[in-house]
Design a protein around this ligand. Structure first.
Ligand SMILES: NC(=O)c1ccc[n+]([C@@H]2O[C@H](COP(=O)([O-])OP(=O)(O)OC[C@H]3O[C@@H](n4cnc5c(N)ncnc54)[C@H](OP(=O)(O)O)[C@@H]3O)[C@@H](O)[C@H]2O)c1
Length: 309
């Protein structure tokens, strides 16, 4: 079996295709024949060693989190799933290995694929949608009277957040680069501003929630844009931001893991067309090393990059 792996932490040059065999399937896990796997920035952050406390020092390590495919085998303690079913899901940070012909995933991180979605579309959902769900639905609790600012709305997390916020009836203001601004001409969006244009962002506020998907909005600026009781939600952790998140009632660091329990709701929302992943490129698995490197270097088309098996 082939997978994308690396033998030490580092840059794109550390990636290679490797042969591997999976261990005996654990009781709580599901083995999936991967049909599509979507790239997340997390994939290269892990390969660079950013999360080595969680990912350890045993090599080679497989790459990739988000996948869609067909169940090949079901662990002895897994209920409700059957061989041959079409599913999508994600793999825990400390395990990875979705850029592969076969992957084992915790059954709690796997859900049935809605018929209306392709494998590629389904593979784009887990991490971006779970993160957006944890921020917009759970932490911000956006509703019809909410006004929300999404800083970085053209990425996968930002788009999911925008779709969830609009569906819940919120007023949405987005901030994006000059290149991406043209994407936000939907009448439902209250305003689209350039990154860093605090005057324009403030003119459309104050906000019940500011969701920064890129970690580029200064926390002091974000907090000033909030109305009383509002929350600044961040997903790009640094040690100082994590500490701030622990002690502030107004500033919170959100992790995709907090949204994984909503994967069944995410599947329903995607099946109903509420969550609509944007695919930038579908490319054969054999081109994975180039596709990952290009995405990491910002040289891919806008939208999710999906490996097809
Ligand atoms: N805390 C967590 O658990 C968690 C979970 C998910 C993601 N994250 C982090 O959140 C960040 C955003 O994740 P994401 O999946 O939304 O990233 P993404 O889809 O790659 O998009 C990020 C931004 O990059 C810009 N961009 C997208 N495609 C581009 C291209 N082809 N060329 C140039 N720029 C491009 C876009 O902004 P503009 O076009 O406006 O420049 C976009 O908003 C990442 O740093 C990720 O690691 C954290």
């Amino acid at each position: 079996m082939k997978r994308v792996q690396f033998n030490r932490y580092g840059g794109p040059e550390q990636m290679s295709f490797g042969d591997y065999s999976l261990p005996k399937l654990a009781p709580g896990r599901i083995r999936v024949r991967v049909k599509a796997a979507a790239l997340n920035p997390l994939d290269w952050k892990i390969r660079r060693g950013v999360m080595r406390l969680a990912t350890g020092r045993r090599f080679p390590q497989g790459m990739g989190s988000d996948f869609a495919g067909v169940i090949e085998a079901v662990g002895s303690k897994v209920m409700g799933f059957h061989v041959g079913e079409e599913v999508f899901g994600t793999v825990e940070i400390r395990r990875q290995g979705a850029f592969a012909e076969l992957v084992d995933a915790d059954a709690r991180l796997v859900v049935r694929k809605p018929r209306s979605l392709s494998f590629s579309e389904a593979a784009c959902l887990p991490i971006p949608s779970a993160t957006a769900w944890a921020a917009i639905v759970t932490a911000a609790k956006v509703g019809p009277y909410s006004r929300i600012l999404i800083n970085g709305a053209s990425g996968a997390v930002g788009r999911s957040a925008m779709q969830l916020a609009l569906t819940n009836g919120a007023e949405v203001v987005v901030a994006a680069s000059r290149t991406s601004l043209g994407q936000f001409n939907d009448a439902a969006i209250k305003a689209a501003c350039l990154y860093g244009d605090i005057t324009a962002l403030a003119a459309h506020g104050p906000y019940d929630a500011v969701f920064d998907t890129l970690g580029t909005l200064a926390v002091t600026d974000g907090l000033k844009l909030l109305r009383t009781g509002g929350r600044f939600l961040d997903i790009n952790p640094s040690p100082s931001r994590i500490v701030k998140g622990l002690f502030s009632g107004r500033y919170k660091m959100i992790f995709a893991t907090a949204g994984f329990k909503y994967l069944p709701d995410i599947a329903i929302a995607a099946g109903e067309g509420i969550l609509r992943p944007t695919i930038g490129l579908e490319t054969p698995f054999s081109d994975a090393l180039t596709a990952i490197r290009d995405a990491e270097l910002g040289q891919s088309p806008s939208g999710r990059i999906v490996l097809i098996l």
